[in-house]
Structures are given as structure tokens and as C-alpha cells.
Design a protein around this ligand. Structure first.
Ligand code: ADP
Length: 206
């Protein structure tokens, strides 16, 4: 846990609660945390899921690694320390989104177990669904949509996850998806099924 630096600050409790907000949107706030190697398909699935949920009339929002690094986290690089701070901020933002009643999808490599555990602790285990997007490294490298693996193999990028920086796989993810064989649509259906089971969203036609 990062210490609070500021002194003379007091938590101010709001007057409208999460349950009241959730009643308005007829869903429960939840965080779908996608983790996996670069090019494993996290963003593709997160955005497909967001779209499918919004089309069904739900409030959903995808927070994507590269997008967040253009704004909120533009001052962070890829050192272990910065990766940890990247995930800490996302977890805190995700917590606010969940409190707002939003089905939130986060797509970050989030390679370190301890960082993902810290995110789970910040958000609360009951609101945290870990999705391990797990095609083989060979599949990711073959896709290489941004040419990053090629650069990493050539030594032009240092500290690239899966090549010369570790990826620590989840030990007990709620869902594991091998995108080598499962399409983004199929992955989305799987996750929507889980959200229905958990009562985060009502089943269709109810
Ligand atoms: P990540 O967010 O994990 O870095 P992206 O979603 O940005 O990965 O990139 C994954 C690439 O793999 C995209 O070009 C996507 O079109 C492709 N792809 C091929 N098959 C799949 C699949 N079954 N699921 C997700 N992405 C897939």
C-alpha cells in the first residue's frame, strides 16, 4: 500500500450510495481485469465486450493500457517501478468506476502477480473478475500487430514482457481464454455469461 503523503485531509462521505446508482442503471458495478502478454488480445476482447454490453443497454467502459498511457499515466515508462505505479493508478480509477455502477473492463499486461493482487485488494475481491488472456507466446509473436516483438527480439526494446521481462501468470483466474482458438465474440459471450451468473447484469429478455 502506498502511504498517504498529504496531511490535514479528511474523507468526505457522499450522500448518494453505490446501490442507488446501480438501481438507476439496473446493473452492478464490476471490474473485469484482463491480463496477458502483449498482443494476446486483451484490448480486442475488452472493446468487443464493452460494445456488446452497451448495445444491450448497459453502462460499460473499457480502460486500455496504451490509451491510459497517453493521458493519466503519460509520465510512466516500463520499469518495474513504473509498471507497478501504472497498475496502482488503474486500480484506483477502476474502483471509482465500479463505485459509479459501471461494468469496467481494464486491458493491461499487468505482468506482476503482486500488482494484480494489490489491484484486487483496492477494488475488493467481490467486484474483481480476473480474465487471463492466454494464447501461446508464439501466437502473440506471430500476430505482433505493432511490431513490438520484432523490435524486442532485435534488442531495440528492452524489458519487453515475455521476452526479457517476466510475465507471472495468474494462479486462479475466473476465466482463462486461449485466443489462439477462441474468437473475440466467443470470449465476449463467455464473460457476459459470467456477468449474468454473478447478477451483475440481468439475463436478456428479463
Ligand atoms: P493486447 O491488448 O493484449 O496487446 P490486442 O487486442 O491489441 O492485444 O491485439 C491482439 C491482436 O490479435 C489484434 O490484432 C487482434 O485482431 C488479433 N486477434 C486475432 N485473433 C484474436 C482473438 N481470438 N482474440 C483477440 N484478438 C485476436
Amino acid at each position: 500500500m502506498t502511504e498517504i503523503k498529504a496531511t490535514n485531509i479528511t474523507w468526505h462521505e457522499g450522500h448518494a450510495g453505490r446501490a442507488e446508482r446501480e438501481a438507476i442503471v439496473k446493473q452492478k458495478g464490476v471490474l473485469i481485469w484482463f491480463t496477458g502478454l502483449s498482443a494476446s488480445g486483451k484490448s480486442t476482447i475488452a472493446f468487443t465486450l464493452e460494445h456488446a454490453l452497451v448495445e444491450r443497454g448497459h453502462l460499460a467502459y473499457a480502460l486500455d493500457g496504451d490509451n491510459i498511457r497517453h493521458g493519466l499515466n503519460k509520465n510512466l515508462g516500463f520499469s518495474a517501478e513504473d509498471r507497478t505505479e501504472n497498475i496502482r493508478r488503474i486500480a484506483e480509477v477502476g474502483k471509482l468506476f465500479v463505485d459509479a455502477g459501471i461494468v469496467t473492463c481494464t486491458a493491461f499486461i499487468s505482468p506482476y502477480l503482486a500488482d494484480r493482487q494489490a489491484a484486487r485488494d483496492v477494488i475488493g475481491a467481490e467486484d474483481f473478475v480476473e480474465v487471463y488472456v492466454n494464447p501461446s507466446l508464439a501466437v502473440c509473436e506471430e500476430r505482433d500487430p505493432k511490431g513490438l516483438y520484432k523490435k524486442a527480439r532485435a534488442g531495440e526494446i528492452k524489458g519487453f514482457t515475455g521476452i526479457d521481462d517476466p510475465y507471472e501468470p495468474p494462479t486462479d483466474p475466473q476465466i482463462e481464454i486461449d485466443t489462439g482458438t477462441v474468437s473475440p465474440r466467443e470470449a465476449t459471450s463467455l464473460i457476459i455469461g459470467l456477468l449474468e451468473e454473478r447478477g451483475a447484469i440481468p439475463p436478456l429478455n428479463k
